[in-house]
Design a protein around this ligand. Structure first.
Ligand code: 5GP
Length: 120
């Protein structure tokens, strides 16, 4: 796990198509692609194309409210596209104790198997 930082991350390379990713949804503001190390049959990451200082949800400012809402709304669109009609889980890890490893805000969309609660 890396320390929190506002430095560019691997997700910038995915946004700029400098490294490959299996993109499942893209518009002018949001990109969604399959996680390289899936924890469920469907495991997709939704990210803002413009990071704008949003290394994680704990760094959210008022100016980020619209993109945060858009990420969650897009997660619903992608869940439907993936056929997750029986349910799914959205996760945002934050900081070292939250197991965040990439410091560019992302929402995990997990589905295709029974999820457990509490998660660990
Ligand atoms: P976090 O631990 O920060 O919540 O989630 C970061 C996620 O990014 C992890 O689930 C990890 O597997 C995924 N990831 C890291 N590097 C890459 C990559 O290069 N490509 C893709 N598709 N996913 C990645």
């Amino acid at each position: 796990a890396s320390l929190p930082s506002d430095a560019p991350t691997i997700f910038d390379k995915i946004i700029n198509k400098e490294i490959p990713a299996t993109i499942v949804y893209e518009d002018d503001k949001v990109l969604a692609f399959r996680d390289i190390n899936p924890q469920a049959p469907t495991h997709i990451l939704l990210i803002p194309k413009l990071k704008d200082g949003l290394t994680g949800i704990s760094k959210a400012e008022e100016r980020h409210i619209e993109i945060i809402g858009r990420l969650l709304y897009t997660a619903k669109i992608v869940a439907k596209q993936e056929g997750l009609d029986d349910g799914f889980r959205l996760v945002i890890n934050d900081g070292p104790s939250g197991c965040q490893s990439v410091y560019h805000l992302h929402v995990h969309l997990l589905g295709g198997r029974q999820m457990n609660w509490p998660p660990d």
